[in-house]
Design a protein around this ligand. Structure first.
Ligand SMILES: [Zn+2]
Ligand SMILES: [Zn+2]
Length: 343
């Protein structure tokens, strides 16, 4: 049977529609076809659906935390075979020739194409990916557990690594917005001996409870002050007002890393909050090197991936629950029933 379905966004602000296709997609040169098992639901998907990121002008199949198995190889694919379990992240293609690509900053390539935006993503039973951008997955994670590693994990890792490199001697790190990314990076930081401070929406008891369960030192609302100044803060919540809030609890020469692709406007604030060499930086996308590094970390450290599953056809409900903050951890679309998937 080759009939398969996908959840498609016809235009920004419209509901996703389930569409059916009669033929399996054929991988071109250098590409693989993947039978999708699971796909994570990321806040970036919401920004696309809500029109905060430009709609590419054609129907979009969202989803860039794809886990599945290769079922066909295009010409010239090396190092991958049919049956391999792989993951597909947000970065789907780069030019390889521009000054950013040549300098190791492929995350900033102006011609980059992204999975689930310009390239059809994983809210679907089948997808095509460029073989050079897919990842093998650590065996210790099930398909549903592996999916959130591919963006929440990768972007979280890039933000965390940047915070450590810029602030130096980081012992106390704050995470604003305790969702899919923060719940993974909190475990990485705690297992590496740092004290983690989790800031949630005011009164979000479920997220605060999850944070404490995962080893954070302190959990509270983003309107609360932590018990000690922070060396670094990472903002996963898309709320510009958190920038001055985080600066206000940062030690001198500390850094605020904004990890989201979109954020509401940052309100004006007194220069004294930035004075004494505090910094505000952003993290954009990921490089394949970030992904390789994080997969090595995730293979070594036993990360708990707290996830809530939805059937593919309920993608709209998953997005609505993410928008409203109705679950803790990560949302994952279960595209194929786990029992039908060979390991
Ligand atoms: Zn480039
Ligand atoms: Zn994402």
């Amino acid at each position: 049977m080759t009939r398969w379905s996908a959840m498609e966004l016809p235009a920004a602000g419209r509901p996703l529609q389930q569409v059916w296709r009669e033929r399996l997609p054929r991988p071109g040169a250098g590409q693989v076809r993947i039978a999708v098992s699971c796909c994570g639901v990321c806040r970036t998907d919401l920004h696309i659906v809500d029109g905060e990121l430009r709609h590419p002008g054609h129907p979009v199949v969202p989803g860039h935390e794809i886990v599945g198995r290769i079922t066909a190889l295009g010409r010239g694919v090396d190092g991958l075979a049919c049956g391999d379990r792989v993951g597909v992240p947000w970065l789907g293609w780069t030019c390889g020739r521009c000054s950013e690509c040549r300098a190791g900053r492929e995350n900033l390539c102006p011609r980059a194409r992204f999975t689930g935006w310009q390239i059809a993503g994983g809210y679907a039973e089948q997808c095509i990916a460029d073989a050079r951008y897919v990842f093998k997955l650590p065996a210790r994670y099930s398909d549903a557990e592996a999916a959130p590693l591919l963006c929440a994990g990768f972007i979280g890792w890039r933000a965390y690594a940047m915070a450590l490199a810029l602030a130096q001697d980081v012992r106390r790190i704050g995470l604003y917005g305790f969702g899919a990314a923060a719940h993974l990076i909190a475990q990485v930081a705690a297992q590496r001996g740092q004290q983690v401070f989790a800031f949630t929406r005011a009164g979000d008891a479920a997220a605060q409870a999850l944070a404490r369960q995962l080893g954070v030192r302190w959990a509270g609302g983003s309107d609360e002050a932590p018990p000690a100044p922070l060396d670094a803060a990472i903002l996963f919540a898309p709320v510009g007002a958190l920038v001055p809030a985080a600066l206000a609890v940062l030690r001198p020469a500390g850094v605020v890393v904004c990890a989201g692709i979109h954020m509401s406007d940052i309100p004006s604030f007194p220069y004294a909050l930035l004075w004494r060499e505090r910094r505000i930086v952003s993290v954009a996308n990921l490089t394949r090197a970030d992904g390789d590094e994080f997969m090595r970390v995730a293979a070594e450290l036993p990360l708990v991936v707290h996830h809530v599953s939805y059937p593919l056809a309920d993608a709209e409900r998953a997005l609505a629950d993410l928008r409203a903050g109705r679950f803790a951890g990560a949302a994952v679309l279960q595209v194929q029933p786990p029992t039908s998937v060979a390991t």
